[in-house]
Write a protein that binds this ligand. Sequence first.
Ligand SMILES: [Fe+2]
Length: 204
Amino acid sequence: MDCCDPIYNALHDYTRALSVALGYRDWQTRLHSERVRALSKEIGLACGLTSAELSILKIAASFHDIGKIGVPDHILMKPTELDADEWACMKQHPVIGAKIMASIEIEGAQQAAQAILHHHESFDGQGYPHGIAGEDIPICARIIAVADSYDAISVRRSYHDRRPHPEVMEILRMEAQDRTKHDPEVMKCFIRVIESGRFDLGEA
Ligand SMILES: [Fe+2]
């Protein structure tokens, strides 16, 4: 992957091994992570993030789901809906992922860990794991959340077919308009990226 504000080169090099490990454990999650990273970067640029923030964003987006390494196969690979206990286990992945990233004690890792920890928070405070809201959620986490939702909704999963692009955009727009899941300002940047045609999701 391309990188980076030079100060974060070491973090980038260290985390490359994590990406390989994730691919061996769960190839689909690695592919998803690469798409989310590419879209997050475009949204970050549209939102006017600094070079340092973009570096953190790209690393955090690449590994936002690295904590799934700690989720058992029978839950991670389950082709049908998860039950309540299984969801509780799955919801630990941001916490596990943040611990993995934070254990890399080099420049930028703590900020990346915070973005990973909070990538499933909702703008209205109804997300997880901490239920924080609004601008208490790190900007990188708010951006990853939008890119993650777009990819999860639009790309074929084992339990539903790929949805057409206008339908995906409508779902995301509604989530932003009633200020529930996503930051409306980040959504504006996301919509500008998609409508500009700069980002091609391609085929999954
Ligand atoms: Fe996730």
